[in-house]
Design a protein around this ligand. Structure first.
Ligand code: BT5
Length: 325
């Protein structure tokens, strides 16, 4: 049954202007006209606009602003990332679902996507505001054959891949704030949360959670975030942005970086990351759980650890902190 739906969508996508009769559809898809009619009703309920004109047939004139597997997968050129997407209308957090799927052995590249999260997670038990339909809220399962201490590199890798995707798709200039924030004009547009299942010496799976404010309006941000957060649409003067094509470009960019990383190591990611970084070369304050460190951000190590030079010349290595510029 789901394949009729997909074929139907494919026919409508190929025949953008012309009407197609119910008779023709039932012959093409090798099913009854009643089945066609049922699927058309279902698509309408999902927000597709399908005109029916007597004697001429059906024509699709509108698609829902919803992400769906067929929309994202159309023209997707990756081998793994995004080839398998689990969609949710609403869920507490895509991270939770991805953790379960990872433990059930779902393959690398599996994505969990939600239109809305009711308990979106940031780091350290903070929350991530994820209003319905406004963003890309997703978690990706990776299974790199690496020691656990290399996991932070994947956060930096994801940040670089997303920045490059946003810049190429939308022509918006982004900056990265260590470790996981993507800023546009100084405001946070993307957050990344990397969590892992590992044994002592080896990663089992990594769940890369990505939250991108795509079409969030100013009013949709809670007041405490209005001055700190932005969306891609707001940075584009309010234009609505196609989430499906952005998701596709991000999957492609991530896969490209990930494959290069597995083959050649972290060095080139590190160079790219430093070129997008706002913090490197500046005086910063790092707030860690054990206190504040002030100094000059020297760079990141080959492991992805932030190096801060204090006024006495001593170098501090920061694994986890919030950075103030
Ligand atoms: C992050 O944490 O930035 C990681 C966010 C990861 C979210 C994704 S969405 C898909 C997946 N499923 C999840 O449940 N999570 C992941 P952190 O660096 O701790 O930043 C959190 C802080 O950012 C909050 O305390 C707020 O100040 C701010 N914030 C919350 N929602 C925001 C939003 N939509 N846009 C910008 N800033 C936000």
């Amino acid at each position: 049954p789901s394949s009729i739906r997909e074929e139907l969508l494919a026919v409508f996508n190929n025949e953008k202007e012309t009407y197609i009769s119910g008779q023709m559809l039932s012959e093409k898809l090798n099913c009854t006209r009643t089945a066609i009619w049922k699927h058309i009703e279902e698509l309408r309920n999902e927000g597709y606009v399908i005109e029916a004109v007597q004697k001429r047939g059906y024509r699709m004139t509108g698609r829902p602003d919803k992400l769906s597997s067929d929309v994202v997968k159309r023209n997707l050129t990756t081998n793994k990332i995004g080839q398998n997407i689990h969609f949710y209308e609403t869920t507490p957090s895509t991270q939770r679902i991805a953790h379960l799927l990872a433990q059930q052995g779902k393959p690398e590249g599996t994505v969990v996507f939600a239109e809305e999260q009711t308990e979106g997670k940031g780091r350290l038990d903070r929350s991530w505001h994820s209003p319905v339909g406004a963003g890309i809220w997703m978690s990706i399962i990776l299974r790199p054959n690496l020691p656990p201490q290399h996991a932070p590199q994947l956060t930096l890798l994801a940040a670089v891949a997303i920045v490059r995707a946003i810049e190429s798709e939308l022509n918006i200039t982004c900056e990265i704030k260590w470790p996981n924030d993507i800023l546009i004009n100084g405001k946070k547009a993307v957050g990344i949360l990397t969590e892992l299942h590992a044994e002592a010496d080896r990663i089992n799976s990594v769940i890369v959670g990505i939250g991108i404010n795509v079409n969030t309006t100013k009013e949709e941000f809670p007041s405490e975030l209005q001055h700190l957060a932005t969306s891609l649409s707001l940075e584009k003067g309010g234009d609505k942005i196609d989430r499906a094509s952005l998701a596709r470009v991000i999957f492609e960019s991530l896969e490209e970086m990930y494959e290069k990383y597995l083959e050649h190591g972290f060095t080139f990611i590190k160079l790219l990351w430093e070129s997008y970084s706002v913090s490197i070369g500046k005086q910063i304050i790092a707030r860690t759980i054990s206190g504040e460190i002030r100094g000059y951000a020297r760079g990141i190590t080959d492991e992805g650890v932030l190096m801060i030079e204090e006024s006495d010349g001593k170098i501090q290595y920061i694994h986890s902190a919030d950075i103030e510029l």
